[in-house]
Design a protein around this ligand. Structure first.
Ligand code: BJW
Ligand code: ZN
Length: 249
């Protein structure tokens, strides 16, 4: 059992008494499943600058390079499974009366772990959409060596994810801010908290008076302002938090 859970009264009270809960996740939640994060050493940006791959301009300049990078990541994701962190979050959905899960991840692992409602801020890598007309195509083919063309307008397929400089899906963004502004307890898990607007959510939660807990093996830009940071991997910390809640409620 984590010592902090018994030693810090505010933390204990927040976990056991608060009912309106929001969880925000980033790439770190999937790290223990074998999905590389973005900004760490050996991460997804290791070889390329983000602007070379995750922008519309990059796709226009070199669709083949961007397509191949996403096809490789799709293959990688199709081979992995959720980890105990994903499963613990799925259990939290059942433990709290009012629960929202917001993820920046595009890998679909929360749903695979049994989370029923997932607000995917940056889309989902397992869908395509037309670069020109925006028509969405469910399902992907890992054998597509180059981007297929839209049956409506002839434009190129691209992954249905949100690149830098693009708007987030407005319904998802609205729901994410609404739940954040009214929650009592907010978790920021496995994110460097650098990419906006997702990175504004923990700040918004603090301003709204929520108790904010961070879970990350490394301190981040928000660590000094949150109420509590568990310094460790989410796949180890989250199951202990869930067990603590179940044992002490
Ligand atoms: C573990 C662990 C373990 C390891 N357990 N943890 C305000 C201020 C400044 C800039 C902006 C602003 N508002 C908007 C911007 C511009 C821009 C932005 O934020 N730039 C910043 C980088 C400065 N934002 C945008 O452009 C967004 N759009 C937008 O705002 O539209 C309005 C607009 C339009 C036009 C002009 C202006 C405004 C869109 C952002 C889209 C981000 N897209 C990506 C790619 C998605 C597709 C794909 O997957 O390829 O999303 S970028 C990438 O970063 C991806 C991630 O979701 C996102 C966040 O990364 P994340 O998850 O935090 O990963 P890492 O790697 O950074 O961190 C991992 C963490 O895990 C680390 O801390 C580890 O320690 C930890 N960890 N193991 C727990 N076991
Ligand atoms: Zn089209």
């Amino acid at each position: 059992m984590l010592d902090e859970l018994n030693q810090k009264e505010g933390l204990r009270r927040a976990l056991l008494n608060f009912r309106r809960v929001v969880v925000l996740t980033g790439a770190g939640i999937s790290a223990e499943s074998g999905v590389p994060t973005f900004r760490e050493k050996g991460g997804l940006w290791g070889k390329y600058n983000p602007e070379e791959l995750a922008t519309a301009r990059a796709f226009q300049k070199n669709p083949q390079l961007v397509w191949e990078w996403y096809q490789w990541r799709r293959w990688l994701i199709s081979e992995v499974k959720p980890n105990p962190g994903h499963y613990a979050i799925a259990e939290m959905e059942r433990l709290f009366d009012d629960f929202s899960l917001i993820t920046q991840n595009v890998d679909g692992l929360h749903r695979a772990a049994g989370s029923m409602i997932v607000l995917e801020m940056h889309g989902n890598i397992m869908r395509n959409k037309c670069f020109d007309c925006g028509k969405v195509f469910d399902g992907i083919n890992l054998k597509d060596k180059e981007p297929p063309r839209c049956d409506g307008c002839g434009g190129l397929y691209r992954p249905d994810v949100v690149w830098f400089g693009e708007m987030l899906p407005s319904d998802v963004l609205y729901a994410a801010f609404q739940s954040t502004q009214s929650c009592e307890l907010f978790f920021s898990i496995g994110t460097s908290a650098l990419v906006h607007p997702a990175a504004s959510l923990p700040i918004e939660a603090m301003h709204s008076g929520a108790y904010v807990i961070e879970i990350n093996p490394q301190p981040t830009v928000i660590s000094h302002s949150v109420d509590h940071t568990f310094l460790g991997p989410s796949g180890e910390i989250l199951p202990q938090i869930v067990d603590f809640i179940k044992a002490n409620r």
